[in-house]
Design a binder for this molecule. Structure first.
Ligand SMILES: [Zn+2]
Length: 415
């Protein structure tokens, strides 16, 4: 009896282990894609484009592409344009036992001055690590497409929780997540990445799918791709939050390298640094800070570092005292003002321009007249030539007559 119990027990253990191994081997990776906004929540709007529609188009393309990989199940939090709370999106991912929730968005800024792509990740522990590891791969995909990287960031609310609801709820439910802001709808730098073609949105979806596949270590028999050993950034999980940088850059100063008084071009060397994050943009002012130029990207070797100094040329208006000043923006859009450099008004080089103009005027009529006078000379020459020929003919005729007359005289005298 004891032997029988032992036999059944061992058989049970064997079958359990085998089935467990087989089950684990076939366990699919579960991906949930959340197209940001829906229903009455339109999201950002620009030039007739509505964010919720763009997010859905990208999400569908991402799902289609991800489904080309083996052993993966992909869900959208909503397939149609229905109202859905952020909490329900996170709950949906939890219900599906998601390995990751990718939340897709497009951005716009209050002053319509920001451009580029960014990825927001949870601020705490393992969920920060997972979010950041994915975001590193995602950001590489987006910058490869030509987008300007605004970085990978965390944001906290007043209670020190993740600011973005989808990241907060997913973290509460222990679902790894990241929020992708593909580009800014309201900036010229980014319009070319989403406007006028559905194919551009599909390109975003395919890039997102590739980043997800790399992060999740998926393989595709159909595509002949194996990302099972794709490297992830090595990061330690910390108990305290990874905090956003709320302080302005530490350094921002300018000096004038040279002034071209002919063209009004001023070459400026700008130094800028933020020891907590990095420099993202700069702009400049000619009137001491009343009005500024559009933001330009600051040179950065990687998304999370920036060059310590940068030399650029601006063209200042003539006949105006210039109060030159710049701003340096950090990765979290907090800026610092530089020192002011006063440049006395550069007089517009008018005299030289007038001399050149008058010289041109003097030359101009000659250039027009010359061919005409050439023609006249030719005609006069022709007339003179004809008169000359006529004169010569006349003289020849006279000589001929004279000779004939002489011959007749000689003949008559000989008779
Ligand atoms: Zn959005």
């Amino acid at each position: 009896m004891g032997k029988r119990v032992l036999f059944f027990f061992l058989t049970f253990c064997f079958v359990f282990l085998i089935s467990g191994k087989v089950y684990a081997g076939r366990q699919p990776v579960i991906v949930v894609i959340d197209p940001g906004h829906s229903g009455e929540n339109l999201g950002a709007q620009c030039d007739g484009y509505v964010e919720k529609d763009l997010n859905m188009a990208v999400a569908r393309a991402m799902k289609e592409e991800l489904e080309k990989y083996d052993n993966v199940v992909v869900y959208l939090t909503h397939e149609t344009d229905v109202d859905m709370t952020i909490k329900n999106r996170a709950l949906f991912a939890k219900e599906k036992n998601a390995d990751f929730l990718f939340c897709l968005h497009f951005n716009s800024s209050v002053n319509h001055n920001l451009f580029g792509a960014e990825v927001w990740v949870p601020a705490y522990g393992d969920l920060y690590v997972a979010g950041r590891q994915f975001a590193e791969i995602e950001m590489a995909q987006l910058t490869d497409m030509g987008l300007y990287s605004r970085g990978i960031k965390t944001r906290l609310n007043d209670d020190d929780e993740d600011y973005y609801g989808i990241l907060r709820y997913c973290s509460e439910l222990n679902v790894p997540s990241a929020l992708i802001e593909h580009c800014h709808l309201d900036h010229d730098n980014d319009r070319g990445f989403y406007q006028d073609s559905e194919e551009k949105l599909k390109a975003f979806g395919r890039a997102d799918a590739e980043a997800a596949a790399k992060y999740l270590g998926l393989s595709s028999t159909e595509k002949g791709i194996d990302y099972s050993d794709y490297p992830r950034l090595e990061l330690e999980s910390k108990s305290e939050a990874v905090r956003p940088d709320k302080t302005e850059p530490d350094e921002c100063s300018i000096e004038v390298v040279s002034i071209d008084e002919e063209t009004g071009e001023v070459t400026v060397k700008m130094k800028a640094a933020d020891y907590d994050s990095y420099i993202l943009y700069y702009n400049y002012s000619f009137d001491g800070g009343n009005t500024y130029s559009e933001l330009s990207g600051w040179p950065r070797p990687e998304w999370n570092s920036s060059e310590p100094e940068f030399t650029f040329t601006v063209t200042v208006p003539f006949d105006k005292d210039i109060e030159l000043r710049t701003n340096a923006y950090n990765g979290f859009d907090v800026w610092k003002e530089s020192n002011i450099i006063n440049i006395p008004a550069i007089p517009e080089p008018q005299e030289e321009i007038k001399e050149e103009e008058s010289a041109y005027e003097e030359i101009d009529p000659e250039m027009i007249c010359e061919p005409v006078s050439d023609n006249k000379m030719n005609q006069e020459e022709k007339v003179q030539l004809i008169i000359l020929i006529l004169l010569i003919s006349l003289i020849m005729t006279i000589i001929l007559f004279a000779m004939v007359k002489m011959i007749f005289r000689l003949k008559s005298s000989s008779k």
